[in-house]
Unconditional design. Structure first.
Length: 491
C-alpha cells in the first residue's frame, strides 16, 4: 500500500459534522471498491430452439458497501486506526492535488473521493517486532474500512447561459429522476428536464410572466406554448416531477392563492385555487414525492396536496404565525420546515401538524431560506445576510459565518444535494447588489466562495443543486436579459 505524499494528495477525516476535516499524515490508502450490485439473470424458453433457455433480463441486487483500507505507522501518540476511527463512524476523503501544493482540503485538489459514513471493520498491527533505536523500520497499523456511499468531487466553475428572456428569474426546478434505456446503452440523468419562471414587465397590466423549459440539461431553453396566469401577475415558484410542472403566482388583490399545472411542457395549463383567503400568494413550494407537496403562503399558511397539486388543504392557517412564509423544505414524509418574515419558523414532525420553532436568540429579521440536512440538522438564512444551523431540531442555534460576511445583504437560498444531503450551496446577494455563490464540501461545517461568478445584479431564490458538482443559479435581469448560470466541474 503506497503512502500518499504531500505533493500528491492526502487522506482527511471528519468525525463530527460540526467540525472540519483534518489531515491524517503518513497515511496510505489502498484500492477503493465501488460495488454496483450483482445481477441475477432471468431465463425464458428460447423462441427458436426447443428445450433451450436464453437470458431475457436481469434483476439488479443491492450495491453493497464501499470498501477501502488505510495504513499508518504505529507511534507512541494516539493512533486513529486503533482508537477513534475504530469506535465510531466518520466521513473520509481522499484528495489528489496539484503536485507541490500544500495540504489543503478544498482549494488545492484536482479530484476528491468522498467516503460517506465510514467505519473500521478490522484493524491490525502486523508483524510486530521490537525495533532497535537505530533501526529505520516502522511498525505499521492497517485497517479495513466500509462506507455507506461515495461521491467523486471536483473543483467547479460557473458559466453564464445566455437567455432571450428579459425579465427576472424568480425560481428554477429540475426533474431529479434517472432512467436507463431499455434498448441501448446509457440513459437519462438528473436535471435533464427543468423549468424556470419569471416576473412580468414592471408597470404593465397586460404583460404575462413566462415559463421556460429545457429537455437537454440546459443546453437550450424554450418558452412554453402558453402562459399559466393573467397579465401583471408574477410567478413566485416552480416544481416539477414525473412530467408535470406546477407554478404558483404572487398575491393578487381580491383573489385566492392560485397554482397552475401542465402535463405537456406548458402547451396547456390548468389553474387551481388554493385556499379561500383573499389577497394571498404562494411564495415557495416543495415537492417531495408524488403524494407529498407543500406550499408556503402569505399570512402564515402552509398548504398540502397529495394529488400532485390538483387539490389542496391548509395544514396551518395562520394560527402559529401571521407572518408571510418565504421558504419551505421537507426531508421526508414526516419532517418539514417553513420560514418567514419577522423570524417566523415552524415545522412538522408528522407531515401534517405544525408547531413553532424558537428562532436564534436576538433574531428579528425575515428568514428567507431553509434547508434540512436531516430531521435534526437544519440551516436557515436571513435577509440580513446571516446563516444559522441547528443540530437539535431548533433547541440551539449556531451562526455560520460566510467569507465576506460583513458585506452580505440577503441569503437568497440554501440547498444541499438530493442524495446525501451533504454538499451544500448558498446563493446570497451582497450590499453592492452582486450575487455570490458559496459551496460546502463538509456538510455545512464550513463554506467557501465560488470564484469566477459571471457579472450579475444579484440573485433570487432560483437555486438548484443537481449533484455535488453541478447546479444552476438565476436572478434579476442583467444587461437587458435574464441572468442564468450553470456551475459544473472545471475541465
Amino acid at each position: 500500500m503506497a503512502e500518499i505524499k504531500k505533493g500528491e494528495g492526502g487522506f482527511f477525516v471528519q468525525t463530527d459534522e460540526d467540525d472540519l476535516f483534518y489531515l491524517l499524515t503518513c497515511t496510505g490508502v489502498g484500492d477503493i471498491g465501488l460495488p454496483a450490485g450483482d445481477e441475477t439473470p432471468v431465463y425464458c424458453p428460447s423462441p427458436s430452439v426447443v428445450g433451450e433457455f436464453v437470458i431475457t433480463d436481469a434483476i439488479a441486487g443491492e450495491a453493497g458497501l464501499v470498501t477501502y483500507s488505510l495504513d499508518r505507522p504505529l507511534r507512541s501518540t494516539l493512533n486513529y486506526l486503533l482508537t477513534t476511527l475504530r469506535n465510531c463512524r466518520f466521513h473520509g476523503r481522499v484528495n489528489w492535488r496539484v503536485k507541490g501544493s500544500t495540504p489543503d482540503l478544498f482549494s488545492n485538489y484536482i479530484v476528491g473521493m468522498f467516503l460517506y459514513m465510514s467505519r473500521v471493520t478490522v484493524s491490525n498491527v502486523p508483524a510486530s517486532v521490537v525495533i532497535a533505536p537505530t533501526d529505520d523500520a516502522r511498525v505499521e497499523t492497517n485497517a479495513d474500512i466500509s462506507a455507506f456511499d461515495w461521491k467523486v468531487v471536483y473543483p467547479i466553475k460557473p458559466t453564464k447561459v445566455a437567455q432571450t428572456e428579459t425579465e427576472d428569474i424568480t425560481d428554477i426546478a429540475f426533474d431529479m429522476s434517472e432512467t436507463c434505456y431499455e434498448d441501448e446503452a446509457g440513459g437519462d440523468y438528473k436535471c435533464k428536464l427543468g423549468y424556470y419562471v419569471t416576473t412580468c414587465l414592471v408597470g404593465s397590466l397586460t404583460n404575462k410572466a413566462d415559463v421556460w423549459f429545457t429537455e437537454d440539461y440546459g443546453v437550450t431553453w424554450t418558452q412554453t406554448g402558453d402562459y399559466p396566469f393573467a397579465g401583471s401577475e408574477d410567478i413566485n415558484a416552480v416544481v416539477t416531477r414525473g412530467g408535470r410542472v406546477i407554478v404558483a403566482r404572487e398575491a393578487v388583490a381580491g383573489e385566492h392563492a392560485q397554482i397552475a399545472y401542465s402535463d405537456d411542457e406548458g402547451d396547456t395549463w390548468t389553474t387551481v385555487e388554493v385556499g379561500t383567503v383573499d389577497d394571498q400568494g404562494i411564495n415557495a413550494m416543495w415537492w417531495l414525492d408524488q403524494t407529498h407537496l407543500w406550499a408556503a403562503a402569505d399570512d402564515g399558511y402552509v398548504y398540502f396536496s397529495d394529488d400532485q397539486g390538483e387539490s389542496w388543504t391548509a395544514q396551518t392557517a395562520g394560527g402559529l404565525t401571521a407572518q408571510d412564509l418565504n421558504a419551505i423544505h421537507a426531508i421526508d414524509q414526516s419532517n418539514a420546515w417553513a420560514v418567514g418574515d419577522a423570524a417566523a419558523i415552524i415545522r412538522t414532525t408528522d407531515g401534517s401538524t405544525w408547531e413553532v420553532v424558537t428562532a436564534p436568540a436576538g433574531l428579528a429579521d425575515a428568514v428567507t431560506a431553509v434547508a434540512m440536512r436531516n430531521a435534526d440538522r437544519v440551516f436557515i438564512g436571513t435577509d440580513a445576510g446571516e446563516v444559522y444551523v441547528t443540530a437539535d431540531e431548533g433547541e440551539n442555534w449556531v451562526q455560520r459565518n460566510l467569507p465576506g460576511q460583513s458585506s452580505l445583504a440577503t441569503i437568497d437560498e440554501i440547498m444541499f444535494d438530493f442524495d446525501l444531503h451533504y454538499f451544500g450551496y448558498i446563493a446570497a446577494t451582497d450590499t453592492d447588489g452582486l450575487g455570490r455563490l458559496f459551496r460546502s464540501e463538509d456538510g455545512g461545517a464550513s463554506w467557501l466562495r465560488v470564484n469566477d461568478m459571471p457579472t450579475n445584479s444579484g440573485f433570487n431564490a432560483a437555486l438548484w443543486v443537481c449533484d455535488q458538482n453541478n447546479g444552476w443559479i438565476g436572478g434579476p435581469a442583467h444587461g437587458g436579459t435574464a441572468f442564468l448560470a450553470k456551475w459544473q466541474p472545471v475541465s
